[in-house]
Design a binder for this molecule. Structure first.
Ligand code: 9MR
Length: 540
């Protein structure tokens, strides 16, 4: 049964005739800009044949409320610059919070474009959403407006709220389907592996960043080479992390050479599409990542590292929201907890603090994280190493903002109670908690049970994984106060992209760790895991 309270994550915007903005944490979805009806005028529009299809869909409904969205698609051959639509409920449905449009009125409601989604190229869609109250029925009214009016007929239909994730819709206006810059996901039918309901925009259910790691640059899996990947990322996520192309070897391939071209392309894409970027990572000991020239460097190693960090932080200042400053420094098997890396061998543990200080000096606004795996509570020794390091950093006033917990975790380990205490210990230190690389493989190579435990992705396995994703997100919401939520990012979009499939511990076994199924070039199907994630965000 859905919980009967408004989703806390959507309480960001109470409706009033004025200010409406995107969820906090989805920073650049700026709502500035004027309403222009130039295209309408130019085209000599209303009450004429429809110029846009205007579709209202209920994305979720529970006993006392609903979330819904409206899609306005330009069905003409010309660009539309500015749009406005309205709708009215015949029953007691009322809008309370909105995002991605300026909404005014109190039934009827009038929505006008935000600054950044005013312009619609032919075939392009703008989508805005809202949360509302109801007593039992989430209505599906017809959406009207000069652009979408279609002879004035306006019959309404209703959808029952008995389902927690209904997806009824009505449309008016021009032809119903068009290619879209924010198109809805592919069908979720078939194979027992899909959720059976589509979650319209995962990111819009949270006030904090919902991120995904992406292959970019010249990687054949790059989201910029696969249109379905690009549109699914835009649809569901408010932040991206480069899975590889912002690591040391990519950005700083030779001593006096920085190569920002691929990363700039990715960051520019994110910012122009309203997503933020989490940077990964200035320093990582990994053998693939330390450039050869650095390994052999004979000058002042600390000065060189400072310059490396500062140059990259400075380059992306104002465009990257947060950084994993150093990655995987801790090793609980060492007596002093520090990994015996190249950096440690050259500088002792001082390089960690130095990296934070250099990054902060270059970009005082950006959030700076320490990032690692096995620090979500199951490995007590490593977690204690983390706490000791954090306490020392804070005692020395090192400018650290938060802890990035990678969370490449197992379906059954660490326990929810481990997660709870790990999050709490970080929260208690006044630091932000960011889940930076979440994935939940269904097989566990560290289990006493024979591996692999599952050779097929059955509905039972999917349900287990859904419950695990849901519990992780619920625990995060329960323990981490809003001001300390750095966000939750998954490490890859769809199962076939996951690093786990190449991880030697999996010995070539198949697995399904992420939120979407393939095929490789899409359309990507939402898994029950995504539904669990969304339900937790909605407080269900
Ligand atoms: O997923 C990444 C994979 O494509 C790379 O080959 C690998 C080495 O660079 O790094 C993987 O990402 C890692 C991340 O950068 C740090 N935490 C562990 C991730 C999975 O290994």
């Amino acid at each position: 049964m859905p919980i009967v309270r408004p989703p806390a994550s959507l309480r960001f915007q109470t409706i009033s005739p004025s200010a409406h903005r995107a969820p906090t944490g989805n920073k650049p979805r700026k709502l500035v800009g004027a309403l222009l009806f130039t295209a309408l005028t130019a085209l000599g529009a209303a009450p004429y044949s429809a110029l846009a299809s205007c579709e209202y869909s209920v994305s979720n409904a529970w006993n006392s409320g609903f979330t819904a969205n409206v899609r306005v698609t330009n069905d003409t051959d010309s660009a539309i610059d500015g749009w406005q639509v309205q709708w009215q409920y015949s029953g007691d449905n009322r809008v309370t919070n909105t995002w991605n449009a300026e909404v005014s009125g109190g039934n009827p409601y009038i929505a006008t474009n935000a600054g950044w989604n005013a312009s619609l190229q032919p075939g392009q869609t703008a989508e805005f959403g809202f949360q509302g109250t109801s007593t039992g029925t989430a209505e599906v009214p017809q959406v009207n407006g000069a652009l979408c009016e279609h002879g004035g007929s306006s019959s309404s239909s209703s959808s029952s709220s008995s389902s927690s994730s209904s997806s009824s819709s009505s449309s008016s206006g021009g032809s119903s389907s068009s290619s879209s810059s924010s198109s809805s996901s592919g069908s979720s039918s078939g194979s027992g592996s899909s959720s059976g309901s589509n979650t319209t925009n995962l990111y819009s259910l949270a006030e904090f960043p919902i991120g995904v790691a992406v292959a970019a640059g010249d990687d054949s899996r790059s989201f910029l080479r696969i249109p379905e990947k690009e549109s699914t990322i835009k649809q569901h996520f408010s932040q991206i992390t480069a899975e590889n192309i912002m690591k040391m070897r990519f950005l700083h391939p030779a001593e006096n050479t920085y190569d920002f071209a691929d990363a700039d392309q990715m960051v520019d894409w994110a910012l122009s599409n309203g997503l933020t970027v989490h940077g990964h990572t200035f320093l990582w000991h990994h053998e693939y990542q330390v450039p050869d020239w650095m390994r052999n460097y004979n000058g002042d190693f600390q000065i060189m590292l400072n310059e490396h960090v500062a140059t990259i932080a400075d380059h992306f200042a104002g465009r990257v929201t947060s950084w994993d400053v150093v990655n995987e420094v801790l090793d609980e098997t060492q007596s002093n907890c520090y990994r015996n890396s190249l950096f440690y061998q050259r500088l002792g543990s001082d390089y960690v603090n130095a990296a934070f200080i250099a990054a902060d000096a270059a970009d005082p606004e950006v959030d700076l994280y320490y990032n690692d795996y096995s620090i979500s509570g199951g490995n007590t020794a490593k977690f204690n190493c983390l706490l000791t390091m954090l306490d020392e950093m804070q005692a020395e006033e090192v400018p650290i903002d938060g802890v990035g917990l990678q969370m490449h975790i197992q379906i059954d380990w660490p326990t929810t109670s481990h997660l709870r205490s790990a999050f709490q210990a970080i929260v208690d230190r006044g630091l932000k908690v960011k889940i930076t690389e979440l994935d939940v493989p269904v097989n566990n190579p560290y289990s006493s049970a024979p591996f692999p435990q599952y050779t097929q992705y059955t509905p039972e396995v999917a349900a287990l994984q859904k419950a695990r994703y849901k519990a992780i997100v619920q625990t995060y919401l329960d323990v981490v106060p809003p001001a300390q939520r750095g966000g939750i990012s998954v490490w890859g979009l769809w199962d076939g992209d996951s690093w786990i499939l190449d991880f030697e511990n999996w010995q070539g076994a198949d697995d399904w760790p992420l939120l979407f199924n393939g095929p490789a070039n899409g359309p990507y199907q939402e898994k029950p895991a995504l539904e669990g994630f969304a339900e937790a965000l909605l407080g269900q």
